[in-house]
Ligand binder design. Structure first.
Ligand SMILES: O=C(O)C1=C[C@@H](OP(=O)(O)O)[C@@H](O)[C@H](O)C1
Ligand SMILES: C=C(OP(=O)(O)O)C(=O)O
Length: 454
């Protein structure tokens, strides 16, 4: 685990005085917003992103694309020809010839540090990438090595990681490449997203033993196809572990971003652990987001759900059960699931998530340590966590600049008196208004959604 940076700000996590009963509008998906931005920037005509997520990770992505010449303008949705009922913001993306010199701050955003070097390889001129100290430790070699094999010039002073400079040549040859993406699915997504613009497209073969976060790769393939790209993927009956993208122009699209279902996790968890009820409007009927798996996971842990025109309503029963679950495909849900598991009536085993050691922080070590310091019994296994519920007590929950550790701690605080969340502002990575949304959920009494049965 990386050292916890010193933060003195502590947020007293509110306890729930009873069963929560609220409607929570969850902001847009980080993963969809950042893919949408990249594809729109590479398109041959302007496009729209409606209800984009406006958070640290997505603003870094937008700023980076602007630095390479792309026009991105924010307007109220109502001023952009959308139906009056469509609230929120719309981003107009105007592609342009990409150029350097440019500097890109990736923060600690996996999507920015991995999706943009291939874009920079298409730019004309050098693009320098750097970010938070943790960004230097997160794996990037898969993207760097593959881009070199496809014809790019990259100066990383032999680190195989950030900081680095991509010396864009205005185009990239492309073609066949092998990548071991066992440490991050984002290596595959990164190369596929830009590949329609490579002269020969790409034929990408994943060579590692495992591949995490498959739904996120499906999201990449889906969004590429929606932008007009021709993609052969293993799911479509293609060769296992091989993706082929033909060279083509990309269309400018009008895309409305779905709510971030992974960021719905703490709110649904609140319904589960308090025996209450939370509705998340606009939950898509069909989606590639991994957060959709929460319906099944939290049902196994003791709740029930209904998905209808009002959105997803999750209801707790007052009982919370442990779970034995392989979270390999949905790793980013782990911190909140671990918090719920620590409050359950039986043991949990969370498996298939060794790659979380390379996320915002080493999430396995951090969860074991911080839950342990509140009195929990959590051990790290080779590829996950074993959680044996015990009575917990208050204390400081350190968050290691990891948004999902902060939201997980808030879930514990609903039930455990005296939990103080260090640096809750770190939630701004993907969910900037988290403290307000959380206290709003606790203040609501189910009356916000007209027509919902009492
Ligand atoms: O492509 C994406 O949008 C993401 C892919 C996943 O990364 P890993 O495969 O590195 O876990 C996920 O954890 C991350 O939050 C978002
Ligand atoms: C792993 C995550 O983020 P990133 O996109 O930075 O990899 C996450 O949001 O849980």
């Amino acid at each position: 685990m990386t050292e916890n940076p010193a933060h003195t700000d502590l947020w007293p996590a509110p306890t729930a005085s009873g069963a929560v009963d609220a409607v929570v509008t969850v902001p847009g998906s980080k993963s969809v917003t950042n893919r949408g931005l990249v594809l729109a920037a590479l398109a041959s005509e302007p496009g729209w992103l409606r209800r984009p997520l406006r958070s640290r990770d997505t603003l870094l992505m937008a700023d980076a694309l602007r630095a390479m010449g792309v026009g991105i303008e924010a307007l109220p949705n109502s001023a952009s020809g959308a139906a009056a009922s469509t609230g929120g913001e719309a981003w107009r993306v105007i592609p342009a010839g990409l150029y350097g010199p440019a500097r890109v701050d990736v923060g600690n955003a996996g999507t920015v540090m991995r999706f943009l070097p291939p874009v920079a390889a298409l730019a004309d001129g050098p693009v320098r990438f750097d970010g938070d100290p943790r960004s230097h430790e997160r794996p990037l070699h898969g993207v760097i090595d593959a881009l070199r094999a496809l014809g790019a010039r990259i100066d990383d002073e032999g680190r195989g990681a950030l900081p680095l400079t991509v010396h864009g040549g205005g185009s990239l040859t492309g073609g066949r490449v092998e990548v071991d993406a066992s440490s991050s699915s984002q290596f595959v997504s990164a190369l596929l997203l830009s590949s329609p613009r490579f002269n020969q497209g790409v034929e990408l073969r994943h060579t590692g033993a495992t591949l995490p976060s498959l739904p996120h790769i499906r999201m990449t393939v889906d969004m590429l196809r929606m932008a007009g790209a021709k993609v052969d993927s293993p799911e479509g009956g293609g060769e296992p572990n091989v993706w082929r993208v033909a060279p083509s122009a990309l269309l400018g699209r009008d895309l409305t971003v779905e709510p971030d279902l992974s960021n719905a996790a703490p709110f649904l968890a609140a319904a589960l652990v308090t025996g209450g009820r939370v509705t998340v409007p606009d939950w898509p009927e069909r989606t590639t987001q991994p957060g959709d798996a929460l319906r099944e996971i939290f049902t196994r842990m003791g709740g029930t759900y209904a998905l209808d025109e009002r959105g997803l309503t999750f209801t707790g029963t007052g009982r919370v059960h442990g779970i034995d679950a392989d979270l390999h495909e949905v790793g980013e849900l782990t911190p909140v699931i671990a918090a719920v598991a620590a409050l359950a009536d039986s043991e949990s085993e969370l498996r298939g998530i060794a790659h979380l050691r390379l996320h915002e922080t080493d999430r396995l070590a951090a969860l074991a340590k911080e839950l342990g310091e509140l009195g929990g019994d959590v051990t790290e296994t080779a590829d996950g966590l074993r959680i044996r519920p015990r009575p917990l007590h208050g204390g400081v929950f350190h968050t290691y600049e990891d948004h999902r550790l902060a939201t997980a701690a808030a879930v514990l605080g609903l039930i455990v008196d005296g939990v103080e969340v260090e640096n809750v502002a770190t939630t701004a990575k993907t969910l900037p208004d988290f403290p307000e949304l959380w206290t709003g959920m606790l203040a609501a009494r189910g009356d916000a959604l007209a027509g919902r049965e009492a």
